[in-house]
Each structure stands twice: as structure tokens, then as C-alpha cells.
Design a protein around this ligand. Structure first.
Ligand code: ADP
Ligand code: MG
Length: 325
């Protein structure tokens, strides 16, 4: 299973940012409202994720590290209508096959915390008593220590950290209810406080997309035939070139040409040379999308592509109609 896990790790664990992604998604799946991310040396030395989620019971710690052990899918119907981020049950097993991983956790209903250690193999997981408040901490130390070829592929600490930072922006803009911190080499780099009001939301939008974008952006909220689109669109009068293009489907960030296309089309009459920025959240019946087309889960496939495109286009157009040229 060690080799199989390392092969799977090739798909899931490309670089430190992919480890952070998998672990933070687990924290969010566990209902965490606070997630602290600590990075040393771009993540090659240490990636530590601490959350206040529901935790993992002592007798499930070892299981959580084994392949295809997911607590999130119970039937085929679940698979089709998946809402949680993780559902393949291989992230922890994959990561622990290419790093020294420890998992410390305390569920609310358990009086003590326990720690599971797996170094390069989940075959001999050691469980020891630990101290930890409700929630979990996952330490990933010396990533790729046993796969030197892959370790050599890592870029500079700064570049790897930038990937982590960029990824966190994407999640922080969708999960404004969660408090995130990001620390690099002992220095606090990002602090995203929970946003419960419009003002706080704009603050977070400003932290991520720039103050100008946040101040001028057009708010949008549309519903039709069970489809909901909400978010912000760069104002046609805001001439800043931004690369803030974020599209979420049921809370999951996806790359999809469909939205870029709809945005360009909607902006047609404004004679804008660059791709306008946007932060758009689409809510759709989970049965109407396939999310599992790629292990990294960036892509989705809509069953009714045309319908979704036209809905988005109309939603954008109706907001832009209120603007004079
Ligand atoms: P998946 O997320 O696909 O289920 P993972 O390998 O990422 O698979 O995680 C395995 C299992 O470990 C999860 O299903 C979950 O039960 C548990 N787990 C992992 N991280 C956390 C966490 N931060 N809090 C609570 N449970 C967790
Ligand atoms: Mg997971």
C-alpha cells in the first residue's frame, strides 16, 4: 500500500499548496470556524493546520490515515450529490506516504486528546496521549523527504509560499464565515477575520481583490429556476486590470471557461480590453453537476451547460443594465 499511496500522492500532492488545500478542506468539512495555517520554509519543512472542528475520535485516528477511509460517503447517491470537499478518502494516506505526518485531535465529547504518528508509512501508526483543545492539528514535516526526485521539483520557498497564499485567498473569499490566519517562518502574513456584516465582507474582499475593486464592485444576487448567482462584479468604470476572477459552484472554486465567456459577453458594450474581475457564487442542484472529473477537483461539468451559461449571462446583464455607458 505504501507504493500505491505514493502513486496516489502524485495526483493529490503536487506541492505544499496542494497539501494545505487538502488539509484545510478537511478542516472546513469538519465544521471549523477557525483555521490557523503555519508554514516553515515554503512548506517543505513544516505545514501545520490547526482547527476547531469536530475532531477525530481516538479509535478513528489510525483509520483516518488509511487509504479510502472516508467518513463522508456512505452510499452511491452520496457520491452523486457530493457537497463536502473531500470524498475520496486518500488525502491523508497520500500525504503520510511522502512526509512525516502527525494528527492530534480531540472531539468535543472526548475528555483527552490523542496523537497519531505516521512517518512514510501508515502501516505502523503510533497513538499516544497529547494535549489539545477541541479540534485537530495536522503537522506535515519534511514533505517529500523520501521522494527526492519530487523534492527537487519544489521551487523557492517564496514561490511555494505564494502558491499557498494564493490558494488561501480563493478559499477565504468563499468562506467569509471562517477566521483564517497564515504564518510563514514565524511571521503572521494574513489574518482574515470572520465577516458577518456587509462592511466586514467588503473588508475581506478588499484584502483579497484590492481596495479599489471592493469599493466600486457591483453587487449581484439573482435567482431563477433553482439556480442562484450572487457576488461581485468589477465595475465597468473601474479601469484597473485585476486577476481577481473567482467562480464557485456550491462553494467549490472551479475553473470554467463558461463564466469568463459570459462575463466578456456581458461587458461587450463597455469596450473593455481586459478580462473584468469577478467573485461569483453559483448555487445549483448538486445532481446537475459532475465535480469529480479531476482528482484536484478544479473542474465541473454541468449537465445543462447552455442553461447555466444563459442564466449567468442574464444575471450579469441585468446588473450592468443599471449602469450608463
Ligand atoms: P476525505 O476528506 O476524502 O474523506 P482524507 O484522507 O482527506 O479523506 O481524510 C480522511 C478522514 O479523516 C476524513 O474523512 C475525516 O473523517 C477525517 N479527518 C481528516 N481531517 C480532519 C479534520 N481536520 N477534522 C476532523 N476529521 C478529519
Ligand atoms: Mg479530505
Amino acid at each position: 500500500p505504501q507504493l500505491a499511496n505514493q502513486i496516489a500522492a502524485g495526483e493529490v500532492v503536487e506541492r505544499p499548496a496542494s497539501v494545505v488545500k487538502e488539509l484545510v478542506e478537511n478542516s472546513l468539512d469538519a465544521g471549523a470556524t477557525r483555521v490557523d495555517i503555519e508554514i516553515d520554509k515554503g512548506g517543505s519543512k513544516l505545514i501545520r493546520i490547526r482547527d476547531n472542528g469536530k475532531g477525530i475520535a481516538k479509535d478513528e485516528l489510525a483509520l483516518a490515515l488509511s487509504r479510502h477511509a472516508t467518513s463522508k460517503v456512505h452510499s452511491l447517491d452520496d457520491l452523486e450529490a457530493i457537497l463536502s470537499f473531500g470524498f475520496r478518502g486518500e488525502a491523508l494516506a497520500s500525504i503520510s506516504s511522502v512526509a512525516r505526518l502527525s494528527l492530534t485531535s480531540k472531539p468535543a465529547e472526548q475528555s483527552e486528546a490523542w496523537q497519531a504518528n505516521a512517518a512514510g508509512s501508515q502501516m505502523d501508526v503510533k497513538i499516544t496521549p497529547a494535549a489539545h483543545p477541541k479540534g485537530s492539528t495536522i503537522d506535515v514535516v519534511d514533505l517529500f523527504f523520501n521522494t527526492p526526485a519530487r523534492r527537487r521539483f519544489l521551487k523557492s520557498d517564496k514561490t511555494e509560499f505564494t502558491h499557498i497564499d494564493e490558494w488561501l485567498k480563493r478559499i477565504a473569499i468563499a468562506r467569509t464565515d471562517v477566521h483564517f490566519t497564515l504564518t510563514h517562518n514565524g511571521k503572521l502574513v494574513r489574518q482574515y477575520r470572520p465577516a458577518n456584516t456587509e462592511i466586514q465582507y467588503k473588508q475581506r474582499l478588499g484584502q483579497i481583490c484590492g481596495r479599489g475593486f471592493a469599493e466600486q464592485a457591483l453587487h449581484l444576487s439573482c435567482e431563477h429556476d433553482g439556480l442562484t448567482l450572487s457576488g461581485y462584479l468589477q465595475s465597468p468604470s473601474d479601469t484597473h486590470v485585476t486577476d481577481s476572477c473567482y467562480f464557485y459552484v456550491n462553494g467549490r472554486l472551479v475553473r470554467d471557461r463558461l463564466v469568463n465567456h459570459a462575463v466578456k459577453q456581458a461587458f461587450g458594450r463597455f469596450n473593455i480590453q481586459h478580462q473584468p474581475g469577478y467573485v461569483l457564487m453559483l448555487e445549483i442542484d448538486p445532481h446537475q453537476v459532475d465535480v469529480n472529473v479531476h482528482p484536484a477537483k478544479h473542474e465541473v461539468r454541468f449537465h445543462q451547460n447552455r442553461l447555466v451559461h444563459d442564466f449567468i449571462l442574464q444575471a450579469l446583464q441585468s446588473v450592468l443594465e443599471q449602469i450608463s455607458e
